[in-house]
Design a binder for this molecule. Structure first.
Ligand code: NDP
Length: 448
């Protein structure tokens, strides 16, 4: 049969027809396909084997009911999900997210991104993403525990150290992973590395909690260094006040940069002279221990606060979106550029809208995509799996060293595949490098 010409338009029309209404998934695939389609034309074997068509179809989508009881004994029902996207180069691996409006479109975008990110880490990790449309905000500790246990009671059928190894993401931190691991052990009687991001005493790894944020700061340092620039004294606008943002801020401070902002769903904190380590400790305790908002923290500590606003209109040298998808739109991107921003590294997954992407591309500022810049988290998860398998644990210093090495290797792959007439295109480099390893494995397996 004659094949239809592989153009971006044809490809996206087919994808949208097969996956109607899944706009986040369409957006994530579009960003990758615009780089991959020209590359595939240069390498017809990928075209003949329909690699891109196969790679945009998850291996399987698992959806199930999570029925649990709240503290008032009301019965509540949520959707539970796991999208196992690709195990071409290793067992399925990717986080679990608990947010109110979680849906399959968001999970498919995240699972698809994870294919490239996990490949870039150089570790044998396949790709998946999962979670539930469950809002942890305002829930008691025992409600969270019951929810996690019920969620795991179904999910555990699909997990295994050679099969699928979830971690955390938005709304799922060490507390939730520990509840899920406890339930997994109860059901299977196995103490195994089937989840990562575990507490240290249950087989977790040093630096896992910090790894995504630290890795993002390291990637920016390496990228600036490659472009004859440095981090010292640079003004950094950071969004988010969760796992990624707080530890990105921590490492930026350690590397001599000034962290001007943190944000959450209540608004953003502005610290014109730069956040110091002691205040950051207090914020970490406030957000992760007391689970308060930044607005309440700012009121208590009398720090400048902008309620309900995003931080992108402030003058800065560097930007680190570390909260959530599509948090920077075209206008925000324009303001960043107008206010002097020279480089942006994505701690969050797909924090830029398509319009914002275009603004950055047109102005040519240094741009590190999430699949490269935030891969430190899954990389250290990969190292947690290795430690669990051997029952040998590395020190924080060894882990930090390995994390830096991996971020260097990811940068190197971006350079190898992203060189163009106008300098390095890190997004293209990451897309092509991530794709090539997975595509070669798929070719070797034949049609499966
Ligand atoms: P957390 O749940 O720990 O923190 C998320 C933070 O972002 C919170 O401070 C939250 O505010 C804020 N936030 C979320 N949505 C919005 C919004 N619409 N507007 C303003 N602020 C918002 O999540 P993580 O730090 O783990 O994840 C953040 C991002 O990084 C996500 O895109 C995730 O997929 C990505 N990521 C995470 C990795 C990890 O290892 N955890 C690995 C790689 C990527 P509030 O506190 O008010 O809820």
């Amino acid at each position: 049969m004659e094949q239809k010409a592989l153009t971006l338009d044809n490809f996206m029309t087919g994808l949208q027809r097969r996956n109607p209404g899944e706009k986040e998934f369409h957006q994530a695939v579009y960003e990758v396909a615009q780089d991959l389609i020209p590359f595939i034309h240069e390498h017809p074997r990928y075209r003949e084997a329909q690699i891109l068509e196969r790679l945009t179809e998850p291996d399987r989508v698992i959806q199930f009911r999570v029925a649990w009881q709240d503290d008032k004994c009301n019965i509540r029902v949520n959707h539970g999900f796991r999208v196992q996207f690709s195990n071409a180069i290793g067992p399925y691996k990717g986080g679990l997210r608990f947010t109110r409006n979680l849906n399959l479109s968001v999970l498919k975008f995240l699972g698809f991104e994870q294919i490239f990110k996990n490949s870039l880490t150089t570790l044998p990790l396949g790709a998946a993403k999962g979670g539930a449309n469950f809002n942890p905000r305002g829930k008691s500790d025992s409600e969270i525990m019951r929810f996690c246990q019920t969620y795991m009671s179904e999910l555990y059928h699909y997990l295994g150290t050679e099969l699928d190894i979830p971690a955390g993401d938005i709304g799922v931190g060490t507390r939730e992973i520990s509840y899920m691991f406890g339930q997994y052990k109860r059901l299977t009687h196995h103490f195994s590395g089937v989840l990562t991001g575990k507490a240290l005493e249950s087989g977790g790894s040093h630096i896992r909690k910090e790894a995504t944020g630290y890795g993002c700061a390291y990637f920016m340092k390496i990228m600036l260094g490659h472009n004859n620039e440095h981090l010292e004294d640079k003004g950094c606008v950071v969004s988010g006040a969760g796992n990624v943002a707080l530890y990105c801020a921590r490492k930026l401070i350690a590397l001599g940069a000034r962290v001007l902002t943190l944000s959450d769903t209540s608004g953003f904190l502005h610290i014109p002279d730069g956040l110091d380590d002691d205040t950051l400790d207090e914020i970490i305790d406030w957000k992760t221990g007391k689970r308060g908002s930044l607005k309440q923290f700012a009121e208590k500590r009398k720090i400048e606060f902008h309620a309900g606003k995003k931080p992108w209109s402030l003058p800065c040298d560097l930007a680190f979106p570390c909260a959530t998808e599509n948090e920077i739109d075209e206008d925000d991107a324009g303001k960043l550029i107008d206010n002097g921003c020279k480089a942006l590294a994505e701690g969050a997954n797909m924090p830029l809208t398509a319009g914002a992407h275009k603004v950055l591309q047109d102005t040519g500022i240094l741009y590190a995509p999430g699949k490269a810049a935030n891969a430190g988290g899954v990389a250290v998860s990969g190292l947690e799996i290795a430690q669990n398998a051997t029952r040998l644990y590395w020190t924080p210093e060894e882990m930090d060293h390995r994390l830096q090495e991996i971020m260097e290797k990811i940068h190197q792959q971006c350079l190898e595949h992203g060189q163009g007439p106008e300098g390095i295109d890190y997004a293209r480099g990451a897309n092509i490098a991530g794709f090539t390893k997975v595509a070669e494995a798929m070719l070797a397996y034949g049609v499966v």
